[in-house]
Write a protein that binds this ligand. Structure first.
Ligand SMILES: Cc1cc2nc3c(=O)[nH]c(=O)nc-3n(C[C@H](O)[C@H](O)[C@H](O)COP(=O)(O)O)c2cc1C
Length: 401
């Protein structure tokens, strides 16, 4: 698997400018990026995908229904891994498909699935480029955040002189590298994230836990990685795959979580405590499974250490972010926790609401800060919420300088 933020997807469509795509691929490789080529079926009629596979060392993708791609759901995996989608050359047709949201081949399907920046380098004859429909399509895509690398003027393959020639290789590569660098806003920072529940064992088959899925913490770690941070993920037992590139430490109990967090706290610039740490553990544990008949009617529990409060006392330069699952008056609870734990930001959610919070893909947070501001995020997927939280963390880190 490629390191985080190191995979460029090069989309290639069927323009004569296709001969320059090999050099563009090389340009990104020289800058240290892995390149995955995705061709339209028509592009594969102009040049064999084998050439791009050979140059990139990765099988060029053309058909999402190809057995191997379909098995891996290739376009979705690629969309998650891509740090940048560059389409060069982009035909009038692929631009129109992107603009209208069509998804009838690998490249257009991928375009809908990516969340990374999209860079488009058109190449076509002047009439096609200047056609009001093409211009409208370009305008629409720009409005949605796509960046265009304007074509140059000069000799065109159709024999005409005029607009529409694919921008020079260097211009495409440089624009791509600029875009990749701009996204690495947490480069040189270390972000520590805790995720998931803890398990407090009674014996080998019984434990005390909670329904945390780990999704919020894993989404935060993935977003920190995307922004170029060294990312440490300390995770309780969950069924998720840690994001590639995270330094992942697996723990089970609150005590293990505490000692792993404390061991790494000094290295961190920002600490996001999204784990749902059990407040209690059994006063006694057994290494052998006890027979039900031999168990007492009641158990004594002892309180676990409050890791967040401990970090609040220890912190020096760290931006400390707490997460709180609340019921009742969420804002009041969040403000109290922020104060008591000495956090810089507290993200609270109302776990009494159905379909939100624990075990769910979506959540809605209230972001409370010591200045007194309380900002509701609105309901959103946890991936989107992680972007909102890390945007805020970046502002707080900036203030530390
Ligand atoms: C040799 C050749 C060169 C072409 N060059 C271009 C071009 O530079 N720009 C363009 O928009 N279409 C060009 N076309 C037309 C496209 O290939 C055509 O619109 C096709 O349907 C686009 O498919 P795609 O976008 O899926 O690759 C060319 C076609 C051929 C046969």
């Amino acid at each position: 698997m490629t390191g985080p933020g190191r995979l460029v997807v090069l989309g290639v469509s069927s323009s004569v400018g296709i001969y320059k795509a090999c050099e563009i691929l090389r340009g990104f490789q020289k800058a240290g990026f892995e390149v995955q080529v995705v061709m339209t079926p028509n592009a594969a009629k102009l040049v064999s995908p084998r050439l791009f596979s050979a140059l990139s060392g990765r099988r060029a993708a053309v058909d999402p229904f190809d057995d191997e791609e379909a098995r891996r759901i290739g376009h979705v995996r690629l969309a998650q891994e891509a740090a940048l989608l560059v389409v060069a050359p982009a035909t009038a047709n692929i631009i129109a498909k992107f603009a209208s949201g069509l998804a009838d081949d690998f490249l257009s399907t991928l375009h809908l699935a990516v969340t990374c920046p999209v860079l488009i380098a058109p190449a076509m004859n002047e009439a096609m480029y200047l056609h009001p429909q093409t211009q409208e399509n370009i305008k629409r895509l720009k409005a949605r955040g796509a960046e265009f690398i304007e074509p140059g003027s000069g000799y065109l393959a159709c024999g005409d002189e005029g607009w529409g020639r694919l921008a020079p290789v260097e211009a495409v590569v440089q624009a791509g590298l600029r875009r990749l660098e701009a996204g690495r806003t947490l480069a040189k920072k270390t972000v520590l994230v805790t995720a998931g529940p803890t398990r407090e064992r009674l014996d080998p088959v019984r434990f005390l836990s909670n329904p945390s899925s780990g999704r919020m913490g894993y989404a935060l770690a993935a977003e920190a990685l995307r922004r170029g941070a060294r990312t440490i993920l300390i995770t309780g037992p969950v069924s998720l795959v840690p994001p590639a590139g995270a330094e992942t430490v697996r723990v089970e109990s609150a005590e293990e979580m505490r000692s792993e967090v404390l061991a790494r706290f000094g290295e961190a610039d920002a600490v996001l405590m999204a784990a749902a740490v059990s407040d209690f553990r059994f006063s006694q544990t057994r290494s052998e499974k006890a027979r039900k008949e031999d168990l007492p009617e009641t158990w004594r529990l002892v309180r676990n250490a409050d890791i967040l409060a401990e970090l609040g006392r220890l912190k020096t330069r760290q931006v400390l972010v707490g997460f709180a699952a609340e019921t009742g008056d969420v804002e009041e609870g969040a403000r109290r926790k922020l104060r008591e734990k000495n956090c810089d930001l507290l993200a609270a959610n109302d776990v009494s609401r159905k379909g939100l919070g624990f075990e769910s893909e979506d959540n809605e947070l209230l972001l409370v800060e010591p200045s007194g501001t309380a900002t509701p995020t609105g309901r959103a997927p946890k991936t989107e919420l992680s972007r909102i939280v890390l945007d805020r963390v970046e502002v707080l880190l900036e203030r530390r300088r």
